[in-house]
Design a binder for this molecule. Sequence first.
Ligand code: ADP
Length: 394
Amino acid sequence: MNSIPAAVQIIRQAFPGISQAEANELVAIGEVKPYAPGVILCKENAIEETFFIILEGEVTVTKIINADEKRALKHLGEGDFFGEMGLIHNAPRAATVETISPVRVLEIHKTAFDRLLQKTSSMSLAMVREVSRRLSENDEMAIEDLRLKAGELASAYQRLAQEELARREFLTTIAHELRTPLTTARGFLEMLRFHELDTIQRDEILSTVARNVEQIVTLVNDILFLQEVELLEPEMHPVDVRELIVGAVKSLTSEAQKAETHIQLEAVSGIPQVMGHARSLQRAFLQLLDNAIKYSSAGSEVVISIESRSDTVRVSIADHGVGIPEHIRPYIFDRYFHLEEVGDDLYGGLGLGLAITKQVVEQHNGRIEVESQEGKGSVFTVVLPELRGEPVEF
Ligand code: ADP
């Protein structure tokens, strides 16, 4: 194909109203150039003075939205033009244009173009008409973009407002949760200081103080743990999940007894290890087990099962307790979400447990699922990718 007549024809289609002679002249002052894919023809924000008409091939137009995001605005092909602002005035490029296939363009430099315009006014008119049509098209795109951005901003604002509300509620709760054991401990310490007490009374008081202090330590640890999980990349090692679960069951046995709940562990042997951070994983399982006991009905059973399926290790903790009402299910993993009252029963807590668990599980490239029936019970399942290699024999 002879490129000059083809270029003339493309220009006449791109700018209806241009005569054959004018199109010829436009081609004559320009230069037809081939480019390979991946070449940047216009660079956003640069002051450049070349106008391009695509004769063959495709380019993509992208714009920087912010430090981390570039948006592809559109693709241009045969007959499309770009860089017109460089001809009209010295505005910096509004976007970046890059070839995405082998491309041939007619390039016209501003000085040559200015000279041509002085000779012929009908061509300027045809070009201005086309350029202004394109500008209004761009305006519509910009308006649509703004509309989208406004929507995104509105929902981001709403999310922030919800987080702020949760944060405030959390501060109120935490103040309360700290004040109660602190005040109790202080009251009892004063009794120790100012009253004559026998050994039995002293022992009782000391264990109450110890219990309250323990409560404060747990609370502070939870908050710090959550902070730490978020900030630090833990060191991962091969971990035996069953061992962690056995440890968690042991440390909650007396709590289970107090709640009259029986814990049953169903685990087959040969469960593969996972790559993980033992302390964090243990914390996550302890939390699920602790919740299962806390929300169980007295006399019921909590069943833990560990199995290996489709390259994953799955740990399920099932209770026969109050269950989770459907309307709160989407929020239970949110930080500070806590349901105080279920039926006639009140449950203490700060709403940090499941947030910690989820964060830990996700840090291990795993996921957590929940199934629940109100009044019947819940099953939380943690799915972790298994460590490839030899399974562990118990
Ligand atoms: P907390 O128990 O301190 O409120 P969590 O983050 O551990 O905080 O749990 C958030 C909420 O999820 C609880 O308030 C409770 O409503 C619900 N929940 C969690 N585990 C269970 C469970 N096993 N049975 C019923 N409800 C549960």
